[in-house]
Design a protein around this ligand. Structure first.
Ligand code: CAA
Length: 694
């Protein structure tokens, strides 16, 4: 038998234990081991029942995603499913940790399921652009009904063991020794004699279903699913479970659609994103034995929108946090905003009242720096101005206990310059959060020249503790995220002058999959902040380079975006309407600059935006500001709404072929000039004929 599945007997029950750390993914070796184990148990007259259980921290967490795309010999998933379901002796799946994807599908093919309290059961394939392709779309509706099955498979969210018990997904939940409970359960069922239930034979819940259910689901989600295919195929499969005359005919539909998805570029992008996120947490060069000290108390400087949002992240993770601001009225206003945010989450049903109350209890306020000196970490979230930040860090240096993590939520400024205000630059790091900080998942950590390995490891771990996805960036203006945003924003502004409108650019970007176009995003964030920054840097701006004054002109009209009722768009509440006045303004700027306006296509917009992102990304990678290309993608997926099923700007470029991307960059360089100079790394990698990896 394969080494990844151990066989033992406990009296008359055979126990197959999967041993494929860390998550017992159902690799080829695991599949072989299960099939062999079932064969052996069925051939042993002293065995009356079989238990399938995971060793270590979990049951099977799904197919081994790394095997997709490889051609492997049998047994394949359907072979294991057939062996489980066809076993003459009853098979009990003993679940703990996470029973996900193909793992849960194996369990559904077993005759019975017993779970340890706290187990999570789910079919998260949709997150990888897939559908549960091992019978999940056919068996789950037969057990829980099509409506609940659609909810589970389309959301990809797992259920707890208690809910699974209520739904009949498991037959027993135990708080005790899982293996002993499953063996006892199996023995008792074997004693009752067969036949043992098979989910495929259930018909009650999938007959007489109203077809309108499926039309409704498609219609309700049409906007959300625009451009994505996995969701649509999942609905087709569950519909097949209800309307195909036999289980096998429904399964055939599932098989075909699974293969289609597995081979789709969308699933490739989503699988890439899954691993990219995990890779980003790994920092080469840190000592292996480095165990960063944990963080159990926090302080945030500044009670503004960002400060409040960051404080909520700590509180949500159970870490007591103080918000410090100079004045009580500022703190009161900040706390009122935090309370409002929690009330909104409760009203939306995304957080139970008790959790919101518990989190709020953990947030306290202070006006004196001396009162926060004991905190393990302090995150500065004051106005984006170096002089102000210097002042704050000088004070933090004075009051914070030795070894405290000193973090700045700067989005563009020089981390070394900030650290220079202290006598402990090794403890200083940038932790760039994204607005709204309590919602957006990215934490862009920025290491300075003197930042210590311990501080880096601590900031990376902190992100995990508070539920963020960390990326480590080097220190430069705008780091990874805003540096690229600046470049593609600039290209969009040029496109306005050349003939596009803000609403056309937004429509094109949304068509590609961004949830919100650039100009809607700018209007939402507020245009005044960028305007102030530009004015501050105006003297230093290289006047020989092309510059679009459109954004400045809009601000000069007092139009700062949604909050003033007008920006690029006109607003009634949150509803944006295209504004002919802005079109006129753009036309007059173009005339002034001597730019002839022409028809711009949506396709051109998308190509120009993505190519500029990839070229700047290559520059960032070449300079060592990002550790790897996929870190740039993770930054964009989690901080800037880049559509996950497109993988990220660097993945996009690799899929196009770097030589093709370079050709486009060169074409723009010829047309637009030096701002489009190809990044040296792009030239090098395109010539090598490989992807971004050296
Ligand atoms: N295949 C291969 N590797 C996997 C994996 C999988 N299904 N799931 C996790 N891993 C790897 C991770 O890449 C990571 O590797 P490194 O340590 O080298 O980075 C390691 O296992 C640990 O994973 P996490 O860091 O994510 O650990 P966690 O404790 O935070 O989370 C988890 C555990 C909830 C299981 C999470 O890993 C997860 O959600 N995994 C994916 C589950 C999934 O999508 N399953 C469906 C697969 S598709 C399928 O099953 C198709 C089908 O119908 C046949």
């Amino acid at each position: 038998m394969a080494a990844q599945v151990h066989y033992r007997t406990d009296g008359d029950v055979a126990v197959l234990t999967i041993d494929n750390p860390p998550v017992n993914a159902a690799s080829h070796a695991v599949r072989s081991g299960i099939v062999d184990g079932l064969h052996r148990a069925n051939g042993d007259a002293s065995v009356n029942a079989i238990v399938l259980i995971g060793g270590g921290r979990t049951f099977i967490a799904g197919a081994d995603i790394r095997e997709f795309g490889q051609t492997l010999p049998p047994p394949h998933f359907p072979d294991v499913i057939d062996a489980l379901e066809g076993s003459a002796k009853p098979v009990v799946a003993a679940l703990h940790g996470t029973a996900l994807g193909g793992g849960l599908e194996f369990a559904l093919a077993c005759h019975y399921r017993v779970a340890l309290a706290g187990t999570k059961l789910g079919l998260p394939e949709v997150n990888l652009g897939l559908l549960p392709g091992a019978g999940g779309t056919q068996r789950l509706p037969r057990i829980v009904g099509p409506s609940k099955a659609l909810e589970m498979i389309l959301s990809g969210k797992p259920l707890g063991a208690d809910e699974a018990l209520k739904l009949g997904l498991v037959q027993q939940v135990t708080g005790q020794d899982l293996s002993a409970a499953a063996v006892a359960f199996a023995r008792a069922r074997a004693a009752t004699g067969g036949p043992h239930p098979r989910a495929r034979d259930l018909t009650d819940k999938v007959r007489g279903v109203d077809r309108a259910l499926f039309a409704q689901v498609r219609e309700q989600n049409a906007r959300k699913w625009a451009g994505r295919i996995a969701e649509l195929r999942i609905v087709e499969c569950v519909e097949a479970a209800c309307f195909k005359p036999t289980f096998d005919e429904g399964s055939a539909v599932e098989r075909d659609l699974f293969v289609e998805l597995r081979n789709s570029p969308q699933s490739k992008a989503l699988r890439y994103a899954f691993f990219a996120e995990r890779e980003a947490a790994k920092i080469p060069g840190l000592p292996d034995d480095l165990k960063p000290r944990s963080i159990s108390s926090a302080a945030v400087i500044g009670a503004g929108t960002m400060g409040g949002g960051i404080a909520m992240c700590f509180a949500n993770a159970g870490i007591p946090v103080q918000i410090l601001d100079a004045s009580q009225p500022a703190l009161d206003a900040g706390m009122a905003r935090v309370r409002d945010n929690y009330a909104t989450s409760v009203a939306r049903g995304s957080m139970p009242q008790a959790r919101a109350d518990a989190a709020l209890e953990l947030i306290t306020t202070a006006t004196r720096y001396e009162d926060i000196g004991h905190a393990d970490v302090v995150v500065e979230a004051v106005f984006e101005d170096l002089a102000v930040k210097h002042e704050v860090f000088r004070t933090l240096d004075r009051v914070m206990k030795p070894g405290a993590l000193l973090a700045s939520n700067t989005s563009t400024l020089d981390v070394d310059a900030i650290a220079s205000a202290t006598h402990r630059p090794q403890d200083v790091i940038g932790t760039h959060f994204f607005s709204p900080a309590n919602v957006m998942k990215l934490q862009e950590n920025v290491r300075g020249e003197a930042t210590s390995p311990e501080t880096i490891a601590r900031a990376m771990q902190l992100a995990k503790t508070i539920g963020k996805v960390p990326v480590l960036a080097g220190n430069c203006h705008g780091f990874i995220g805003n540096r690229i945003l600046y470049v593609y924003g600039r290209e969009c502004d040029f496109l306005l002058e050349e003939g596009a409108t803000p609403w056309q650019i937004d429509r094109a970007l949304q068509g590609f999959g961004f949830p919100m176009g650039l100009y809607l995003m700018r209007d939402l964030a507020g245009l005044d902040v960028g305007w102030r920054v530009r004015k501050g840097r105006e003297a230093a701006r290289d006047k020989s380079l092309r510059y679009s004054p459109v954004a400045d002109r809009i601000c000069e009209l007092g139009r700062f975006g949604q909050k003033t009722g007008a920006g690029y768009y006109r607003y009634e509440g949150r509803k944006a309407t295209p504004d002919p006045e802005i079109e006129k303004l753009i036309e007059s700027v173009a005339a002034e600059l001597g730019v002839t306006r022409r028809a711009v296509t949506d396709e051109e917009i998308v190509t120009r935006v993505l190519t500029s992102m990839a070229n700047e990304g290559a520059r960032i990678l070449g300079e060592g500001i990002a550790i790897r290309a996929s870190d740039i993608d993770v930054t964009y997926l989690y901080g800037y709404g880049f559509p996950r099923h497109q993988g990220g700007p660097m993945f996009w470029a690799e899929q196009q072929g770097l030589d093709r991307v370079l050709e486009t960059v060169k074409r723009y360089e010829a047309e637009q000039g030096v701002l489009w100079a190809p990044a040296p790394l792009l030239v090098e990698r395109a010539k090598a004929g490989k992807g971004w990896a050296a």
